[in-house]
Structures are given as C-alpha cells and as structure tokens.
Design a protein around this ligand. Structure first.
Ligand code: CTP
Length: 459
C-alpha cells in the first residue's frame, strides 16, 4: 500500500509516517524543523515537486524541495543563522539553496549522513515565456500559480506544512493525483513543450523511469514541439541528458528519444548505439586493469554515448551540447581510438606503430575505449600496455649523451631518441647496454651525421 492509495480513502490527507518512510527519520525531522520556522514566521510553506511524487508512489527520495509564499533567500538565511551551513541565493528565479555542514547537523541534532546535502527553497512564482525555448520571466505568485507553471501534473503537487497544517494538506491543483493513479505523464497546457522543450526529454525520462505512459494529447503536443529542441541552449540540454544518463534505464530513454526524432533535432547525426545499455552497465561493473583514479565520470559517460560516432559528428554534438574542452577532447579521442580498432588488434602492427597513436590521448578516452572494445581482447591489451608500460618508457640515452659523442645538435636528436624509444617499446632492446649498442650502429651508419632520416633496416 502506497501513500497514494491512502489519498483515495482520505482525499487531501497525507500520512506523516509516509514522510518518514520516504525521507527517512532524519530528513523528516528536518522537514519538521523547517516547517516550525515557517510557522513561527507565519509563512506558507509547501513540500513540492518530484520528492512528493516519489513519496506518494512509496519510493524513497533524497531531495527536499520547498516552496514558500515569501522571499526564499530571507527564509533560508533565517535557518542558516540558527543552524549554520551555507546559503546560495539565485535572485532571478527567487530561489535559495541551503547547504548543510557537520556543524549544522550538530545544531539540528540530526546525523549529517542521513540528511540531504542541501535543501532547496523557491519563492512561489508564476512564469511567462517571451519566446519559445527562452528562459521564463518570473514574478511572485501564489502556490497555485507555482503549480500551474510546472512541467507535468504529477510534479505539480504540494504538501502544505505551514501554516497550521496538521500533516498534511495535499494541494492538487492540476489533477496530479489522478494521473499518478492512472500512471500517466500529462502536461498542463498546450504550450508547455514549446515554452520549455527540455520537457520533451523530461517526459521520456519520467515515463520510462516510472513505467508510465504519455497522455494521448500530451504526446501530440510533444511531437509538434520537437523542432523547438533546436532552439534550446546546449547547456540546458546537456544537463537533462546528464540526468538521463544516470537513470537506470538510460539507454532505453535515449533510444526512445531517438525513435521519436528528438535527438536529430538537437544535432543531426546524434544517435545512441544499440549497445549503450551494455556499455553503461559495463562501466559500472568493470574497470580497466590500470589505475584510473582521476576519471571524470560524466565525461566517461559522454565518451560511451558518443564514442561510436564519426569523430567530426561527435565533436559537433559535443560542441552543440556545450561540453567543456576536456570533455570534447576525450569524446573525440574515443572516436579516433574506435576508428583504429582493427589496427590495434592486428598482431602485425608493431607496438611502436600503435603507441604514438594512443599514448598522448586523455586517460578518460582510453578508459572508455577499453570498455567499448570489450569484444577484442587484443585491442584491450594494447590499451593496457599503453597505460601501464609504453607511456612511461624513456630511453637511457639523453641529448647530453649525443652531444658528448660529438654529434652536432639538430632535429635529428629527436628522431634518434624516438628511434631508441621505439626499440624499447617493441622489445628490441631491453637494457641500457643493448640501447647503447643500437645507438652505436645508428651513428656508424653515418646517416645521422647529416641529420638525415634513418633507415628502418637498422632496427
Ligand atoms: N520543473 C519544471 N520544468 C522543468 C524542470 C523542473 O516544471 N523544465 C519542476 C517540476 O515540478 C519538478 C521540479 O521543478 O518536479 C524540480 O525539478 P527537478 O529536480 O528537475 O525534477 P524532479 O521531479 O525532482 O526530478 P528527479 O526525480 O529526477 O529528481
């Protein structure tokens, strides 16, 4: 039995024990403390959004999202004054984030580990959109206005905690409870996807995650708004795709978006591989056999998502989605490694041919390529050798040694040292002594005295 079942027998009443079950004792106590502060100040305060949806479905939630019908940053700063922590306010939207510290947990008398890292407060507001896909203009409004500006009815529920709310008065201004029971995702008006096309991605994310269906009229509006995705900024789209990629059914969501034609509206050529589910699963379960401590997890996911694309296409997608330079480089390098997968696996290719193509690439790309090339143990082995051996090989000989031997300095120094290094990588020399013998042969060949290219047969 979920709290949702209770709401049909006692409409509007939300059982507090459900709050404890959904949030855990500590976060529920924190909600009480926040509610008391609002009561003291005679402010109207509501628990809102996804957390409430999840609680009603009997699912655990880690977030605490409040709407207050007054200035959110003043309210959050009041809590900060009393309990410590940090407040970051974002004035344009009238929102404030209260981050808890160990000291604030002490002052609250609650275990820090059981509390959310931060609590979000927003002033109840109404929104208007000057043009499709633009950020909204906001103005203070009532809690009902605030529900009506939201994406889907199931996210437009509010639990009143103050004033004087015996746990708890559930405000359902948009039919969210009925939609939760019917298991459907429904937008609140015909322009919802046009105003905010990121809701297209969100609709598929929630539908797939919750195993809901999309309401028939909503589906029509969603399809009509697909071209609007082209107008949304890369950063906003990336944020939504980042959120999709940490969902359990990430690949199913992306494949459905692809089937709908949403991804190509974002950038032509953007299409997830059919193997993405396995690749993401493998990324969670396996690690390459080398130390890969400083891997940027979101960048790795982007490499897995875009690695099978052609390099130029992947770069365009990554730039369109405003990935940072390091992430773009990692994505592009992954594509290039995959493009030479056959060479990597080819035993006739000498290590010294392969190493220069891999060793300067970002570790995140090699990590991703190792996961993506799971069906080629010889390619994986070459990646391992790059990371564990080849990258660190340096010949014993230095430029000083060459000068001491009377060789006139010039660009051939670099070529000689590279040739010595290649001999190490190929295993042709395995000691400084053997390297010196090779150097002797190179110099005796006379070719380097003039700074010429050496002949390969010397090796
Ligand atoms: N919201 C919206 N339109 C958007 C993004 C968010 O109306 N484009 C509203 C929804 O009411 C949503 C709330 O803001 O519930 C909080 O946003 P977010 O944290 O993104 O959504 P959650 O529903 O909490 O998602 P999740 O369960 O994945 O945390």
């Amino acid at each position: 039995m979920t709290p949702l079942d209770n709401t049909s027998s006692q409409p509007g009443i939300f059982d507090r024990s459900a709050l404890v079950r959904g949030l855990g004792e500590a976060a529920a106590r924190l909600a009480d403390i926040v509610a008391m502060q609002a009561q003291d100040q005679q402010r109207s305060l509501y628990l809102v959004g996804g957390v409430l949806r999840d609680l009603l479905l009997g699912q655990r939630s880690a977030d605490l999202d409040f709407v207050i019908e007054s200035d959110a940053s003043t309210f959050a700063r009041g809590l900060q004054k009393r309990y410590g922590g940090q407040v970051h306010a974002h004035q344009p939207f009238g929102t404030a984030k209260w981050s808890l510290s160990a000291d604030s947990a002490d002052r609250l008398g609650l275990p820090l580990a059981d509390l959310p890292q931060h609590i979000d407060f927003a002033r109840a507001r109404s929104e208007t959109y000057a043009e499709p896909a633009a950020l909204p203009d906001t103005k203070p409004g009532s809690i009902v206005d605030d529900m009506q500006r939201r994406d889907f009815s199931v996210n437009a529920l509010a639990l009143r905690l103050s004033p004087n709310a015996p746990y708890g008065q559930l405000l359902d201004a948009c039919g969210g409870l009925q939609d939760l029971r019917n298991q459907q995702i429904r937008v609140l008006h015909d322009r919802s996807f046009i105003d905010d096309p990121t809701r297209i991605l969100r609709a598929l994310r929630f539908t797939t995650r919750l195993n809901f269906k999309i309401n028939a009229q909503t589906a029509v509006w969603l399809r009509d708004a697909l071209p609007m995705l082209g107008r949304v900024s890369g950063a906003r789209l990336r944020k939504e795709i980042d959120r999709i990629m940490v969902e359990k059914p990430a690949s199913e969501i992306l494949l459905r978006l692809n089937d709908l034609g949403a991804l190509k509206e974002i950038q032509p050529g953007f299409r997830p591989s059919k193997r993405l589910a396995d690749d993401l699963k493998r990324a969670k379960e396996q690690e390459p056999p080398w130390q890969s401590a400083d891997i940027d997890a979101p960048a790795l996911r982007w490499c897995l998502l875009l690695g099978a694309h052609e390099d130029t296409v992947a770069r365009c997608i990554a730039k369109r989605l405003d990935l940072n330079r390091r992430q773009i480089n990692s994505v592009s390098a992954t594509c290039r490694i995959l493009a030479i997968a056959e060479d990597l696996a080819d035993p006739l290719r000498r290590p010294s041919e392969i190493a220069p193509r891999l060793e300067k690439l970002p570790p995140t790309a090699l990590h991703a390529a190792w996961l993506l090339l799971h069906d080629s143990s010889s390619a994986q082995e070459r990646l391992r050798l790059t990371m564990q051996r080849w990258r660190t090989i340096r010949p014993c000989t230095t430029g000083h040694d060459l000068r001491a031997r009377g060789l006139p300095p010039g660009p051939h120094y670099k070529r000689i040292l590279e040739q010595l290094r290649s001999a190490w990588i190929d295993g042709d020399v395995q000691s400084c002594e053997a390297e010196r013998a090779l150097l002797q042969r190179l110099l005796e060949s006379g070719e380097y005295a003039q700074g010429d290219q050496p002949s390969a047969r010397l090796l």
